[in-house]
Design a protein around this ligand. Structure first.
Ligand code: PLP
Length: 380
């Protein structure tokens, strides 16, 4: 690389992984895998050792999110994207309402709009860099939005839509890049679903969902109605939330999971809970994010993309770079020095840096990162 800048060793972070997902996996997680491999890897997921691992994760998540009585942790294969289809097949009754303010929140809304047995999909849209929570709709049965819009670095509040509980509606939240990093009161939603390759610093491929009693009841009802003669709805076994719940209660999954991913996840949960749980992780992410926003606000060539400080994410930080500089050249130079995955979301198409500051990222490495960006920018 001819015009990439060489950063002096002493400026570099100890770990250069700042991706927004997949994200940094800590050394201790991989060590745990190396310790446990013979007991777990290559063994049956229907037997005690792996079932104990699943049980440990489910109880670790109950602790992390201080789950109220009756809420349950469910898991399955396919990641958050698969959960969108599960929700369309076995949670949404007829009329969902969506907050749409970026690529991920839009994808779920699109899945619902395309489902032949869903009647009306209400969209409440706002520009990238802002959020929009769906308004109350008299005939809606499910309200959906994303806690953290990973494509733009916007965090939205999680508070029940006024009137929705009285109406018997569910609040279904995409927590994929928020869960484990941003504070949440789980009582404010019925479903909080996520993948493991973001704040939990594990690998992709699994989805987890925290379900309220109302969500469990809804899935049972929707799925039994789908079995009635003349129903337009088809719930494939792979998209059945009730089947996933039944398997989860037995510490299993419908089909074979990645046991190494589960091992990485279990280690991450132990680490989070031992240090003080969600209060600790959220504070750690806030420290990293505040450093970046403060740096950007005082920079001569950059500023935070999200103008409303209250909407800025503490897990995925987006920074606009002035036109005089080319963000992709900064990103390429950082990568040549081992600092990786700092590029903006491709489809957003901005001259932008996007930095994942999940709990695994050390806040002191984030300080090093801004020094490195300054060093490179001065020399381009
Ligand atoms: C990453 C992400 C997804 C998709 O997760 P997969 O595991 O790749 O399916 C969905 N929603 C949000 C908010 C995300 O950040």
């Amino acid at each position: 690389m001819s015009n990439s800048v060489e950063i002096p060793e002493e400026l570099l972070p100890a770990d250069g992984r700042f991706g927004s997902g997949p994200s940094k996996i800590r050394h201790e997680q991989v060590d745990a895998l190396a310790q446990e491999w013979k007991k777990l890897l290559g063994t049956s997921h229907r037997q005690q050792p792996v079932r104990q691992l699943v049980a440990s994760i489910r109880s670790g998540l109950s602790t992390l999110f201080s789950l109220p009585e009756g809420y349950e942790v469910v898991l399955g294969n396919g990641g958050a994207s698969a959960f969108w289809d599960i929700a369309c097949a076995s949670l949404i009754e007829k009329n969902p309402a969506f907050g749409v303010y970026g690529s991920f929140s839009r994808k779920f809304a699109q899945e619902a709009a395309d489902a032949p047995f869903i009647d009306t999909t209400y969209l409440f849209e706002s520009d990238p860099g802002t959020y929009r929570i769906p308004d109350f709709c008299p005939d809606a049965d499910t309200y959906c939005w994303a806690h953290n819009e990973t494509s733009t670095g916007v965090a939205a509040p999680i508070i029940r839509v006024p009137g929705s509980a009285e109406q018997g509606s569910l609040v279904v939240i995409d927590g994929t890049s928020a869960a484990g990093a941003l504070p949440i009161d789980i009582c404010q939603c019925d479903v909080y679903y996520f993948s493991l390759q973001k704040a939990f610093g594990s690998e992709g491929g699994l989805w987890f969902a925290i379900l309220s009693p109302a969500a469990i009841e809804r899935a049972a009802r929707v799925e039994s109605e789908a079995k009635r003669a003349g129903s337009k709805r088809w719930v494939p076994a792979f998209l059945s939330l009730s089947t996933a719940l039944a398997n989860s209660r037995k510490e299993q999954t419908l089909n074979t999971p990645s046991i190494s991913t589960l091992t990485l996840m279990n280690e991450q949960l132990k680490w989070m809970n031992q240090h003080g749980g969600l209060t600790w992780t959220a504070q750690r992410c806030a420290t990293s994010a505040e450093h970046l926003y403060h740096w950007a606000e005082h920079s001569t060539f950059a500023q935070p993309f999200v103008k409303d400080a209250a909407a800025r994410s503490n897990s995925v930080v987006t920074i606009d770079v002035d036109d005089e500089l080319n963000a992709s050249e900064i990103i390429a130079s950082l990568r040549a020095n081992g600092i990786v995955d700092t590029s903006g979301y491709r489809k957003l198409g901005r001259n932008q840096l996007r930095i994942g500051v999940f709990p695994s990222v050390d806040p002191s490495d984030v300080e090093k990162l801004t020094d490195c960006i300054d060093y490179v920018a001065e020399r381009l």
